[in-house]
Design a protein around this ligand. Structure first.
Ligand SMILES: C[S@@+](CC[C@H](N)C(=O)[O-])C[C@H]1O[C@@H](n2cnc3c(N)ncnc32)[C@H](O)[C@@H]1O
Length: 210
C-alpha cells in the first residue's frame, strides 16, 4: 500500500466508526486567536478538517472556507453540516491527500488544527506548502499536540514532541513573515469516551506581510 492509499484507508476506517457529532465544535484557541488577529472574515483554508468543527464555525462567521481532508466520509459530514447550518455556499469541500496534492490558490487564513496522522508523511513539507498558500497580509495558524493524551494512538510510545520554536523553524519562513504567537499552553482535553486529561498544545500563528 502506498502512503496515499494508507492515509485514505486509515482515516476512512477512523471516521466510519466515529460518532458524526465528534469534532463538530471549533477549536477554542483558534476562535480566540481569530477574534484578535483576523476579526474580518475573508477566505480560509482548513487542512485536515475532519468533521469540520473549525470549517463550519468559520463559515458561520462569514469566512469563505475550503475544507480539505483525505477522508471522503469526513468531508461528506462537513457538507451535511454546512447544509444544516445554512452555509453551503461558503464551505467548499476538497478531498486531497496533502502529502500528494494541495488545493490551488491563496487564502487569507490557512489553519491546520491537530493535523496529525499515524501514517508516515512529510508533514513538515505540508506545513511549508501551507505557508505558501497564505495571501499577503494573511495568517497561518498551526495548533498541534505537544503532549500525548492517554487515549491517543501514540499513548505509551516514547514520542518527542517538537517545541513551538522547532515548528516555526521547520516552516523556513523568510523576512516577509512575522511570528505573532508561538507558545505551548495547557488545556483540559476530553477524549472519545468523555474522559478528561491535562494536555499541552503548540499554538503557532505567523503573518505574511501585506
Ligand atoms: C487528528 S485529526 C484532526 C481533525 C480536525 N482538524 C480537528 O481538529 O478535530 C487529523 C485530520 O487530518 C486528516 N488527514 C490525515 N492525513 C491526511 C493527509 N495525508 N491528507 C489530508 N488529510 C489528512 C485526517 O483525515 C483527520 O481528519
Amino acid at each position: 500500500m502506498n502512503s496515499a492509499n494508507e492515509s485514505a484507508a486509515f482515516w476512512e476506517k477512523h471516521y466510519a466508526g466515529m460518532d458524526a457529532q465528534w469534532g463538530t465544535k471549533p477549536n477554542a484557541v483558534l476562535t480566540t486567536l481569530l477574534a484578535d488577529l483576523a476579526p474580518i472574515p475573508r477566505t480560509a483554508l482548513d487542512l485536515g478538517c475532519g468533521h469540520g468543527g473549525d470549517a463550519l464555525w468559520l463559515a458561520a462567521q462569514g469566512w469563505d472556507v475550503t475544507a480539505v481532508d483525505v477522508s471522503q466520509t469526513a468531508l461528506d459530514r462537513v457538507v451535511a453540516g454546512a447544509a444544516a447550518s445554512g452555509v453551503t455556499d461558503r464551505v467548499h469541500a476538497q478531498r486531497h491527500d496533502l502529502a500528494e496534492t494541495f488545493p490551488d490558490g491563496t487564502y487569507d487564513l490557512v489553519t491546520a488544527t491537530y493535523f496529525h496522522t499515524p501514517v508516515s508523511i512529510a508533514r513538515e513539507h505540508v506545513l511549508r506548502r501551507a505557508a505558501q498558500a497564505v495571501a499577503p497580509g494573511g495568517l497561518l495558524i498551526v495548533i498541534e499536540h505537544a503532549s500525548t493524551a492517554p487515549w491517543s494512538w501514540q499513548a505509551g510510545q516514547d514520542i518527542r514532541h517538537p517545541s513551538p520554536d522547532d515548528v516555526i523553524a521547520s516552516l523556513q519562513l523568510d523576512d516577509a513573515w512575522h511570528v505573532t504567537r508561538g507558545d505551548a499552553p495547557q488545556r483540559t482535553a476530553t477524549g472519545p469516551e468523555g474522559q478528561t486529561a491535562t494536555v499541552t498544545d503548540n499554538v503557532i500563528a505567523v503573518r505574511r506581510t501585506p
